[in-house]
Design a protein around this ligand. Structure first.
Ligand SMILES: Nc1ncnc2c1ncn2[C@@H]1O[C@H](COP(=O)(O)OP(=O)(O)OP(=O)(O)O)[C@@H](O)[C@H]1O
Ligand SMILES: [Mg+2]
Length: 391
């Protein structure tokens, strides 16, 4: 019981009472992690669609992952292909974009682990967590006597990453001066330690990630334009969870099994109602939010099956914010954003919405839009979605 309370507190759940809503806080990543990861011993292609491999020792061993990334939807398969492509172009700089909690860090590690340099260091720094002067010495190191407390020379993380990958997380928060120094590293692969005169040469792949709109930051003069164009060469976009319907339940099951193990619980699954809610919730915090909510549900659960109440998703958020809807008096409403929307985007939204309603069944979706199955299949393929074809 004491342990359970401790675990709840760790998850940010401070109060368990019917009168007071429970608070869920999302833990921040640690500031600096240096890890040296060996290439997995199995030699496998970019994506194995049917063969089970790397099972998690779960009840169902059919789950597959790609370097710890789970996901079977078309967008994720495309992501794995893109990772393979960039991984094989040595030292190419990569920019990973995606909303918070979509798995950008996992993608950065996958790029490193899929590359020929996988046995070399993977070094990571988060640009938001350190004050600027500390960030500079962490990145570039310093010479003895560079400042009062610098009793001896210290190598920076860029030097420690030599031969491997350097992951700059939250690059949108890097200050302008450090952006200039970083640009030099990207262009010439050289830098100087703080207080130093000697050029240090490194061979590294820089992988940067952000959930911010870098172009917007450039326009606001908060991000250097030259650095933006230097980074925006190979871009990998990680899709938000709400666009990965077929992955949601699989991920939820995965996190349930992990949480059972971690907390010594035996929650057997999700009720049909809670599955429905998981599919309808828009997941603003993406996979991280799903993981935390499932862990919380496993801890709080009293009946051995996760019920909607355990998920605490809140009635106000349950329905996705669809751009197209039919209102209570059967009138079609289309929400055109103020910045406009292409007809193609609108069509894609309609196809996604109808596929949601038809729970992925192609024939049913075709009937709902009064289209032939062939036309529906064509549209689904065109927009990279997955469907269950009962043909
Ligand atoms: N596809 C996935 N399969 C399994 N676990 C995932 C997946 N995507 C994300 N996760 C898990 O979700 C959590 C958040 O992932 P990660 O830290 O990589 O996200 P992020 O995009 O870097 O988030 P942020 O923008 O907040 O830094 C981690 O615990 C990660 O292991
Ligand atoms: Mg991250």
């Amino acid at each position: 019981m004491v342990n359970r309370k401790k675990n709840l507190l760790r998850l940010g759940i401070h109060q368990v009472s019917h009168d007071h809503p429970m608070r869920l806080t999302i833990p921040r990543p640690k500031p600096i992690i240096i890890s040296y990861q060996a290439r997995p011993s199995i030699n496998f292609p970019a994506y194995l669609p049917d063969e089970p491999f790397l099972s998690f020792g779960m009840e169902s061993s059919t789950l597959k992952n790609y370097y710890n990334i789970l996901g079977q939807c078309a967008a994720m398969k495309k992501l794995y292909d893109n990772i393979e492509k960039v991984a094989h172009s040595p030292n190419a700089t990569v920019l990973i974009l995606g909303e918070s909690g979509t798995g950008k860090e996992l993608v950065a590690r996958a790029i490193h682990n899929a590359s020929a340099n996988a046995s070399e260091p993977f070094v990571e720094i988060n640009c938001t967590t350190l004050p600027d002067n500390l960030l500079e010495t962490e990145l570039f190191g310093y010479e003895k006597g560079a400042y009062t407390d610098a009793k001896q020379m210290k190598r920076g993380l860029l030097e420690l990453a030599d031969g491997g990958s350097f992951f700059l997380d939250e690059i949108g928060d890097l200050n302008i001066q450090l952006q200039a120094k970083l640009l030099k590293v990207l262009d010439e692969q050289v830098f100087r330690r703080v207080g130093g005169v000697e050029n240090i040469r490194v061979t590294i792949r820089i992988v940067a990630a952000t959930n911010r709109d870098l172009f917007d930051l450039v326009q606001k003069q908060l991000f250097r334009e030259d650095l933006y164009y230097r980074l925006d060469v190979i871009t990998i976009k990680v899709p938000p969870l709400r666009e990965r319907d077929i992955d949601i339940i699989m991920l939820a099951e995965h996190f349930r099994v992990l949480a059972n193990k971690e907390h010594g619980r035996n929650v057997r699954g999700f009720s049909e109602q809670s599955k429905e809610m998981l599919l309808r919730y828009p997941w603003p915090g993406n996979v991280r939010e799903l993981k935390n909510r499932v862990e919380r549900a496993v801890l709080l659960n009293e009946t051995s099956v996760v019920d909607p109440d355990d998920l605490n998703l809140g009635a106000g958020h349950i329905v996705k914010n669809y751009p197209v809807r039919v209102n209570a008096v059967d009138k079609l409403e289309i929400n055109i954003p103020s910045h406009g929307i292409s007809f193609e985007e609108l069509e894609k939204a309609v196809i996604r919405q109808v596929m949601d309603i038809a729970k992925g069944n192609v024939s049913k979706a075709a009937r709902l839009l009064k289209l032939s199955r062939e036309t529906m299949r064509y549209r689904i393929k065109k927009y990279g979605m997955n469907g269950i074809d009962d043909d």
